[in-house]
Ligand binder design. Structure first.
Ligand SMILES: *Cc1c(COP(=O)(O)O)cnc(C)c1O
Length: 434
């Protein structure tokens, strides 16, 4: 099968036009892989135009934690839309945004007191980086304008975010002339529950000490490195990073866009190490997958530092900042999560995933598996053929979207044990066939 074979002979008009007009994430328009047409979604299921029902193992890239078409979130959106969908945020405020910001300050680690709302994860990262840079400019230290990041990190696709992504698997090489050069420490090697050894942070410690005069901030994904490798690492590493940042007068940016809202087993992954970053990015699950929204939180110290500087304000302001519709759904989604016994639920998902993924260790094509919270990862020896494997998953009635050597799931939190069994067993049958 080659990659431009249609999904079926019954390609819909939508699918044909899709290939003619539409970019998809990281897609080619000269050799397009046909996309599946979804007409509706409900609970954990995606309904395709041809009647196929797929259990979603991806929660639409970490977002749809409560599943699709949730009555509570639908009601929040409908009730807000009858009041107003959007108003500008310059000089105007409204309850949905204020309530959301207050909630975020309350539920995130101590010391994150101010909230900047934006439209997407990458923008939240841009905002975080700009905050760090503007803070040091305001402090009269404009030379502190570099970042220290981790290998295997992923922080988004816009230019400042790109500069902090893994320099090998990211886009540094191709955009060498235009992406800012940052510093990188090796990815942490010790797992979440493995015995800690200071050696794991040694090179990081050496770099931050050597480069502190030019470092504005360390940026990392706490505990779970997502799209840059689906790796989990020791809370001791994160604790040590916090300590080193304090010692060397460098800000710490925690990118919790993937980990936020319970995915790792803690509400925020920083809680694994009991640390507070100076700046934190949130996105993805913030609206339960209903709308695009992101937030960058910072400490009082950072916000004051910025505002007391020459500019007198933070130099950023998106058109759709604080979108009321998105904020209203975010408030409902967070309330839905916190009013449930979400911790016990994530633990249940974790043990079911662990049980099921243990069977994969016997497969020749599988290098290793790992689970943390509601994240299950199967690392293959070789990269998978996405076009081929996608069809096999769909034939199993499951939606799983691997990249490279990584076949992974982060299902909606509402997935039952038997649904999780079906998902993982479907993956198993596909991997056996490869
Ligand atoms: C997805 C992601 C981003 C980028 O968010 P977008 O909404 O895709 O722009 C940034 N950082 C992390 C850790 C992510 O997982």
């Amino acid at each position: 099968m080659n990659s431009i074979t249609p999904i079926s002979s019954h390609q819909s008009q939508i699918q044909r036009k899709d290939q003619q007009f539409v970019w998809h994430p990281y897609s080619s328009l000269t050799a397009p892989i046909p996309a599946y047409e979804v007409v509706s979604a409900e609970g954990i299921n995606l309904h395709l135009a041809d009647g196929t029902v797929l259990m979603d193992g991806m929660a639409s890239w970490w977002c749809a934690i409560h599943g699709y078409n949730h009555p509570v979130l639908n009601e929040a959106a409908k009730s807000q839309i009858d009041k107003m969908s959007h108003v500008m945020f310059g000089g105007i405020t409204h309850a949905p945004a204020v309530n959301l910001c207050e909630t975020l300050v309350q539920i995130t680690p101590n010391g994150l007191d101010k909230v900047f709302l934006s439209d997407s994860g990458s923008v939240a990262v841009e905002v975080a980086i700009k905050m760090a840079f503007q803070y040091w400019i305001s402090q009269g230290q404009p030379n502190k304008n570099k970042l220290l990041s981790l290998r295997n990190g992923y922080h988004g696709d816009t230019f400042a975010a790109m500069s902090a992504c893994d320099p090998t698997t990211g886009m540094h090489h191709m955009f060498e002339q235009v992406v800012a050069k940052q510093h990188f420490a090796p990815a942490p090697q010790i797992g979440v529950h493995e015995e800690w050894n200071e050696q794991d942070i040694a090179e990081f410690a050496q770099i931050i000490s050597a480069k502190k005069a030019e470092l504005a901030a360390v940026i990392l994904e706490p505990i779970v490195q997502g799209a840059g490798g689906m790796r989990f690492y020791s809370p001791h590493y994160l604790k040590a990073v916090r300590k080193l940042c304090d010692e060397h007068n460098v800000l710490l940016i925690a990118d919790e866009i993937a980990t936020g809202f319970g995915r790792s087993g803690k509400l925020f992954a920083c809680e694994w190490a009991d640390i507070s970053p100076d700046i934190m990015c949130l996105g993805k699950a913030i609206t339960g997958g209903y709308m695009t929204l992101a937030a960058t939180l910072c400490s009082e110290e950072v916000s004051r530092g910025i505002c007391e500087g020459e500019a007198g304000c933070f130099m950023h302001g998106p058109t759709f900042m604080g979108n009321p519709l998105a904020c209203a759904v975010a408030n409902a989604s967070i309330e839905l999560l916190l009013s449930s016994d979400w911790q016990a639920n994530i633990q249940r998902i974790e043990s079911t995933l662990k049980e099921e993924l243990a069977h994969f260790d016997g497969l020749e094509t599988v290098a290793k598996t790992r689970v943390l919270g509601a994240i299950g990862v199967i690392e293959m020896h070789e990269p998978v053929d996405l076009a081929e494997i996608q069809k096999l998953f769909v034939a199993e009635g499951i939606w799983v979207r691997p990249f490279g050597k990584l076949v992974y799931v982060m299902p909606p939190y509402i997935s039952t044990d038997s649904e999780l069994n079906r998902l993982i067993q479907g993956i198993y049958r596909v991997l056996v066939k490869l």
